[in-house]
Design a protein around this ligand. Sequence first.
Ligand code: PRX
Length: 695
Amino acid sequence: MIPETAPKEDVYVASAKFSKNALVPSFEKYKEMYMKSIENPDEFWGDIAKDFFWKSKHSGDFLSYNFDVTKGEIFVKFMEGATTNICYNLLDRNVHEKNLGNKVAFYWEGNEPGDELTVTYRELLQKVCQFANVLKSQGVKKGDRVSIYMPMAVELVVAMLACVRIGAVHSIVFAGFSAESLCERIMDSECSLLITADGFYRGDKLINLKLLADDALQKCKDKGFTVRKCIMLKHLSKEIEEGSQSPPAKRSCPDLQQEGQTGRVKKRRPVPQLPWNPEVDLCWHTLVKGASDECEPEWCDSEDPLFILYTSGSTGKPKGVLHTVSGYMLYAATTFKLVFDYQPDDVYWCTADIGWITGHSYITYGPLANGATSVLFEGLPTYPDVGRMWEIVDKYHVTKFYTAPTAIRLLMKYGTEPVQKHKRDSLKVLGTVGEPINPEAWQWYYNVVGEKRCPIVDTFWQTETGGHVLTPLPAATPMKPGSATFPFFGVVPAVLNESGEELEGPSEGYLVFKQPWPGIMRTVYGNQQRFETTYFKKFPGYYVTGDGCRRDKDGYYWITGRIDDMLNVSGHLLSTAEVESALVEHEFVAEAAVVGRPHPVKGESLYCFVTLTEGVSFCRTLEVELRNLVREKIGAIATPDYIQNAPGLPKTRSGKIMRRVLRKIANGERELGDISTLADSSVVEQLFQNRSCTA
Ligand code: PRX
């Protein structure tokens, strides 16, 4: 439970000046609100809901649920029967009721410094309505799934909100995923339409998105699934017109040749050749040109599906996490507001990609629900130089800044000079997400970036939780570097031992949650069974996060990392099984086992052991082929760091691979603990000898 009083020793606190005007100004206030949120959730969330627009009120229970698999199906229902539309709440409500039409919704900053766009709430509403009409004209209806595979362009937000406006369910696939991964996600969610872009640059590297999208659609077709239409945004159009070395391909997007569409990417660069299939492909710009900018929203039930977002699963097959309308909206909005202590004159910047849950909740839904102004950044923290982040902070006078520990560690490597070259005096709150932040990185973030002035909110949450679940509130919670501190409103954590008993006081074990909060996922799309097995079966009555945690004497929660077969590489979850199945697709690989190895920037890196088929010998060419294979099957984020030849793997007599032993070998640690259950312990020595020469 939350302590009576906040600890005073070994903690960092916000200044009195900051706390004075904060939304939750003290620990006492946090505690009071927290107690209300768990004892009387109806009233707590009911009060928050009053600020939103409801077409009709809810009927029946405000919140009903079952978390206990022994008592029947797992479900969570929040404000069932109420009808609303999130797009209406994010845009129309802000433009028409709150008079924020002229307020900037996004400052878009491209990969290349100087590429920029400003979009107000009114403009965003118009663009979304137009595109919603486009989707309707293409036959997209309420409940239909639409796949989105786009760079960080304003149109990505437009596409997602256009879906929401007409009640369609978006499934955004991070543009760093491979064609194969896109195909898998399109097929699992049975999307009828794909929205993509011609391409984009990540630093100097061209990502030819349309080619990847085409490849994915072909793969779907080969597997018997047809996507009706593919809408392509001309994101690099300017370059295509001006920079193309060769004439446009014969079968290229018709509009690229006809109009002088203003692209926003100014720098001239080589451009992709765009294949064009007139039966499937449609040009975003042509479609939008004739579309009306008025579109009545589709009124949806609170528990109608809102979006699907895939996250790695320990079986190797990604899970389509499904979120629904009202609970997610209120939770994303409230966490954003209170965790970042949102003030109307803030300029907020979350550096995540919208293709991940952080971007969904804290670039699109949370900030727009509050009428906030955000920076939407397409580029990289190190391009064109390592001062880019701070340059942008100064350019837009960013007040609230949210990034990942991996980005902080990366920038730390370059020292303080690139940071101190920029003023950063607008910054007020700093946030982190995605993985545990090591105290050294925390201190650097606090001392160097925030100059000891800015509280740090270390937000623990998951794709499944929809929003922050353990987090400090900047003015209220004394901070301990590396701890996500206490639960957000409505969240009741517990620490369990292996037998499922709740541990009291200082303890370490499984992090679970005892009751739902509005933003929790509702199911795995198309697979309720998997939802129940993954999150509720191990400890009936609890939502199991899959993370280990420690609670200290002051009641602070410290995440100790995943306790399932998942790896966290640069804040992105990957399943070992997913990478292993990619590796064994190579004809020369008989078996593969993948473990995590600590990495100074990425947090964890992928260390792969491969057993080759009889007669094949390990060589550099094979290593390169395997790396490329994993990139092709999953995407660049899953590129193995180490690949080691493993003539044998350490297995128990029943054939189970002892990953604990492999982790030690990967790390070069000779202290292996008890290995008496190994069927053949001689493989261990051999593996030490074969350790990847780069390891
Ligand atoms: O292991 C935890 C880690 O990231 C996992 C969730 O990953 P994903 O669903 O991709 O969502 C990432 C963005 C919310 C968690 O199970 N994680 C996330 N935030 C933290 C964290 N670990 C420690 N501290 C955090 N602040």
